[in-house]
Design a protein around this ligand. Structure first.
Ligand code: F6P
Length: 357
């Protein structure tokens, strides 16, 4: 059955494990409903006709094309953060071009920035559905984002290995994980690995308290003590002249040098008179093969996206974002998903417990 209807799909923002699985799910469910699926390349850039060859911007995704991408790493459609799309005239042109090409609706897989672009397209008459593709788990309307579970598993695996080496060498570790301004990856990694210290962008922290905690752990004989730090937690440090600690050790530090995990490990080493090493887990969190949870979540989300797009257009208004509530996939209007009054829950008691036990 071919209804003659065409929909588009794109991945946008940082790549996250499960994006390809979501594309496959949308492709299979779209085919089941007789819809043609067009893959738009490099996020919203693919809507702007920037490439020399049209096939670098947009590609027909039949089942044969997507057959092998289910557990492929990264995103088959490529991704980008598209700054021109912040301009109203650029979005208007993109919406017009989509309509000219007969693409009636769009599935956008990405984080909050990508959702804002999708909401604007909805207002220009292109219905959009959002699938929360980001490792950060930083969207308040959903209990999980696509790729978060995989990212946590990558971090847990890495920290387990690091803790083994820390134990072998009696050498505490500082491990930096991603998450943008959300400490979920760090918290989950800490509780799943038994790490003794964690710092996150949600909470203020104190260098001397951290050093005291490490000294206490070392005194108890715990030489594999691990500090998990979430990137972007530096601005939450209470005032402390860490540069002076480094200078006093006769090392060179420039006034512009920022605090990094490596420098934090050095400061702790100097304050606690121990060895300490830093590891930044980095992009291994994004380029991993999705866990079963993320692959299955991708399937459910893709199925719901196609269901919503085949509903009566009058129910649509400003589009929908798919998320997880009480463990089940659900949808809510973009405006609700992006509502700034929604506060993402952060478990402060758990945070304090990890740093105390
Ligand atoms: O949003 C995903 C994420 O990996 C964040 O955790 C991180 O802050 C950011 O993207 C890094 O972005 P870039 O792709 O520019 O390195």
């Amino acid at each position: 059955m071919n209804t003659g209807k065409k929909i588009g799909i794109l991945t946008s923002g940082g790549d996250s494990p499960g994006m390809n699985a979501a594309v496959v799910s949308v492709a299979r469910c779209a085919s089941d409903k007789g819809l043609q699926l067009m893959g738009i390349k490099r996020g919203y850039n693919g809507l702007l006709g920037l490439s020399d060859k049209p096939e670098d911007d947009i590609e027909y995704l039949d089942l044969e094309t997507v057959l092998d991408i289910m557990d492929m790493r990264g995103t088959y459609l490529r991704t980008a953060r598209c700054l021109p799309f912040l301009k109203a005239e650029v979005r208007e042109q993109a919406a017009e071009d989509l309509k000219k090409q007969g693409i009636e609706a769009l599935v956008v897989i990405g984080g909050d920035g990508s959702y804002r672009g999708a909401l604007e397209l909805c207002r220009l008459g292109v219905p959009c559905i959002g699938i929360p593709g980001t490792i950060d788990n930083d969207l308040a309307y959903t209990e999980a984002t696509l790729g978060y579970d995989t990212a946590v598993n990558v971090c847990v695996e890495a920290v387990r290995s690091i803790r083994a080496t820390s134990r072998s060498h009696d050498r505490p570790a500082v491990v930096e994980v991603m998450g943008r301004n959300c400490g979920d990856i760090a918290m989950r990694t800490a509780i799943a690995t038994g790490a003794e210290m964690v710092i996150v962008p949600e909470m203020e922290w104190d260098m001397l308290e951290l050093a005291d905690r490490l000294k206490f752990l070392l005194k108890k004989g715990n030489t594999r003590a691990t500090l998990i730090i979430s990137e972007h937690c530096w601005h939450k440090m209470k005032p402390f002249d860490w540069r002076k600690v480094i200078e006093d050790s006769k090392r060179v530090i420039h006034p512009d040098d920022p605090l990094t995990s490596e420098r934090l490990a050095l400061v702790l080493k100097l304050l606690c008179k121990t060895e300490a090493r830093a590891t930044v887990i980095g992009y291994t969190q994004r380029g991993a093969i999705p866990t079963a949870y993320d692959s299955a979540f991708a399937f459910d989300a893709g199925r719901m996206a196609v269901d919503l797009l085949t509903k009566d257009a009058s129910t649509f208004k400003d589009g929908f974002a798919i998320g997880v509530r009480d463990g089940r996939v659900y949808s809510t209007p973009f405006e609700d998903a992006l509502d700034e009054n929604r506060k993402k829950f952060f478990d402060e008691d758990l945070y304090r417990l990890v740093n105390r036990l």
